[in-house]
Design a protein around this ligand. Structure first.
Ligand code: GLU
Length: 468
């Protein structure tokens, strides 16, 4: 019997949905869809001070916008939090009872103990160690206590780290070995109801029957701690795959601290979700061939964890722009018009005009926002002055002829032979400028195709009139 593969993305809602988080989520998603696994979203909001509801909502909104539908986990409907799946709740803040049970088990079995050392005592200890040029570590004061010392209050629960090595076979990086002594007796909770990260993750990964953990390389140092907790609880750990770091162009780490960029900022700049999915997938992975532009379905079909690289992946904005342009090109004009609509808010354009615009302009700009920015001729047309219209002389007659051709929808077949006869510059310039209202614009045939016969003829006739 083959096991049911279960993977999870486990973002912490302590900031905007960051690029690195979205990329880790995507690798889980592609993995899940490629291997027919269950894909789970868990919100890790145990840090009550830093976690915010608005960030949780942004994460859910951003991941959904990218098209990653999770099989289990929280989601928002009509402004309310809801949940699907049988292993919930999927918000750590609602799982306190589970953590309490697991903590009590670890305390009862002697794998964890209460520590009564105060912050001041620990600081003094650290200062002593520093003076003696020793590595700072917990001295183990409370490790073997049989009960609370007189007048002392429990501060944290510590894990009783055993000696020896902790070894695991990372799916991407191979064997990783850590000397457990370096891990210290780390704190796993601040109280029975206040679990800390490494412990809560393990309790949840057990409860949610996670089989594969795919996450950023920055978590490698947490893995041995988590493995020790799994062992102490007598549970089988999942397999781990740590993704290479995403680096900024200067090869420094692209992190919540070094990059302000939230995923939704890309949406607002007019990047397509399919393009971001494509681009993020290439941050540490590439398909067998040398293709760079792939649809989400193609990525799912091609994605295998064996093709994930070990070395850092550079976030190349120029490549993202290129991929976005290619995805815009591949879109059905009707869908592109829908995607463009928010970028034309306030402009009174019919669906037909926007669709014709999409068809004529797709692939000429990198983003939807840039497409819209180059469309002043469509949204805020103003008839140019006579001096601009008639730079070469004789413009009026050409504009009148063009207006007649446009009115009967023949501008495209009419213009080339006419210009051949009367001079290219003399004809194309006034017609284009009259149609666009601008000295810089697409060619007149493209403009007329978008504007339609009526509007094109009206603009051309008004321009001719201006020259009377
Ligand atoms: N909550 C962690 C984070 O946001 C991820 C934990 C994990 O994937 O194990 O970085």
């Amino acid at each position: 019997m083959s096991e049911q593969i279960r993977v999870r993305m486990a973002p912490s809602p302590t900031g905007h949905l960051h690029v690195g988080t979205a990329r880790a989520a995507l690798f889980n998603y592609l993995y899940a869809r490629h291997y027919g696994a269950t894909f789970i979203l868990r919100l890790e909001d145990t840090d009550q001070e830093r976690s915010r509801d608005e960030f949780a909502r942004e994460i859910v909104e951003g991941l959904e916008w990218m098209g990653m539908r999770w099989d289990e986990g929280p989601y928002v409907e009509g402004g309310e939090w809801r949940s699907r799946g049988d292993f919930g709740p999927y918000l750590q803040s609602q799982r306190t009872e589970t953590y309490r049970t697991y903590l009590e088990r670890l305390l009862a079995s002697g794998h964890a103990y209460w520590c009564y050392c105060t912050k001041e005592e620990l600081e003094a200890e650290r200062a002593r160690q520093q003076e003696a040029k020793q590595a700072p570590r917990y001295a183990g004061t409370c490790r073997e206590l049989s009960g609370p010392p007189e007048g002392k209050i429990a501060q944290v629960v510590r894990f009783k780290t055993p000696g020896g090595d902790v070894t695991f076979a990372d799916v991407i990086r191979g064997e990783i070995k850590t000397d457990a002594a370096l891990l210290d007796d780390f704190a796993i909770a601040k109280g029975l109801d206040v679990p800390l990260y490494n412990f809560a993750v393990v309790a949840d990964d057990i409860e949610m029957q996670i089989t594969h953990v795919i996450r950023g390389e920055d978590h490698i140092s947490n893995t041995p701690k988590q493995l020790l907790i799994f062992a102490a609880l007598g549970a089988t750990p999942p397999r781990y795959a740590h993704l290479p770091l995403v680096l900024a162009a200067d090869r420094t780490k692209l992190s919540k601290r070094t990059s302000e960029t939230s995923l939704l900022a890309y949406r607002d700049q007019g990047f397509l979700p399919s393009a971001l999915v494509n681009f993020f997938a290439l941050l540490g992975w590439h398909p067998a061939g040398d293709r760079e532009v792939l649809s989400p379905d193609e990525l799912i079909a091609e994605f295998t964890i064996e093709r994930v690289q070990k070395s850092g992946a550079v976030f190349d904005e120029a490549k993202l722009r290129h991929i976005n342009r290619e995805h815009i090109k591949l879109m059905d004009p009707r869908d592109l018009a829908l995607a463009l609509r928010p970028f034309f808010a306030g402009a009174n354009l019919s669906d037909e005009v926007l669709e014709r615009f999409a068809a004529a302009e797709q692939g000429r700009a990198d983003t939807l926002a840039e497409m819209a920015a180059g469309a002043a001729w469509l949204t805020s047309y103003e008839l140019p002055g006579a001096d601009v219209l008639d730079r070469q002389g004789g413009a009026r007659a050409h504009l009148e002829a063009a207006a007649a051709a446009a009115a009967s929808g023949r501008l495209e077949s009419w213009i080339a032979p006419y210009a051949e006869e009367h001079g290219k510059k003399e004809v194309y310039w006034p017609v284009r400028v009259a149609l666009s209202g601008s000295e810089k614009s697409p060619d007149p045939v493209s403009l007329a195709a978008v504007l339609g016969p009526e509007e094109s003829a009206a603009r051309l006739a008004a321009a001719a009139q201006k020259l009377q």
